[in-house]
Design a protein around this ligand. Structure first.
Ligand code: F6R
Length: 243
């Protein structure tokens, strides 16, 4: 496990963008696992800059997003597909057919989970998985539970997650309560993982994840078992760590 402590959000975002860009430089057809939310926005902006400066080329890159809200269509402004288009994909030269995001409007959600799992298996291992972390230490939408869910699955979101996500919605009743998420096995199968966290509200989750006991109650703690994981933290998110 490698821990990179940065001074602030901007430095965290730049470091993360460099990690992603070097992965693509080493392997132009890399498979990237991607996250949404507030944390990686700066990283996507930095990657767009690198693309405009011709430092990175997404022509052969394949992406798999971690999750999608259930019940939102891809053109809904709150969906993760829309987020990815608006914050990243529309600015780079990725091929639309190389973008994978679970379908939040699938009529049969269990079939959709199976389809996504099969796609992930067919493409082979994700080369680099980018993660954020919830205040409750969720990764993707693998919420605290009494067991780790291995594969892509349908999730009832935690109250804490619903509350945290409410900042992106006008009305509390609009915040989705359910989602489709890659499972822990999907995430752990990635060859490399980089987890980003910033702000004091993530400090407890980071401490438990890195220094605590491995448990499905702290989903991100499973990353202690991954052979190639890097945490890129700002000062506040790292502030409760012993070292
Ligand atoms: C999003 C995802 C989530 C977020 C987490 C943190 O695709 O998988 O695990 O990374 O909820 O969200 P932010 O970055 O908004 O604090």
């Amino acid at each position: 496990m490698k821990i990179i402590k940065t001074k602030d959000y901007q430095e965290m975002s730049k470091k993360a963008a460099f990690i992603v860009a070097s992965q693509i430089t080493i392997k132009n057809n890399s498979i990237l696992g991607l996250a949404t939310g507030g944390t990686p926005l700066g990283m996507y902006q930095e990657l767009i800059k690198l693309y405009k400066e011709e430092m990175v080329d997404f022509k052969e890159v394949v992406t798999f997003n971690l999750d999608e809200y259930y019940g939102l269509s891809g053109d809904s402004e709150q969906s993760y597909r829309y987020y990815m288009e608006e914050n990243f994909f529309k600015y780079i030269n990725i091929k639309p057919e190389n973008i994978h995001i679970p379908d939040g409007m699938a009529a049969d959600v269990s079939l959709e989970c199976k389809r996504y799992n099969r796609l992930l298996e067919r493409e082979g291992a994700v080369d680099l998985q980018v993660l954020g972390i919830g205040r409750n230490a969720h990764i993707g939408f693998n919420e605290p539970d009494d067991e780790f869910k291995a594969d892509t699955h349908f999730v009832k979101l935690d109250d804490d997650t619903i509350e945290a996500n409410a900042r992106f919605f006008d009305k509390p009743e609009d915040v989705p309560q359910k989602a489709i998420s890659m499972g822990i096995k999907n995430i752990m199968q990635a060859k490399k993982i980089v987890l980003l966290a910033n702000g004091l509200e993530k400090a407890d989750a980071i401490k438990k994840t890195i220094e605590g006991k491995i448990s499905p109650e702290v989903p991100a703690s499973v990353l202690q078992l991954h052979p190639d994981v890097t945490f890129v933290l700002d000062e506040l998110a790292a502030s409760k760590l012993d070292n």
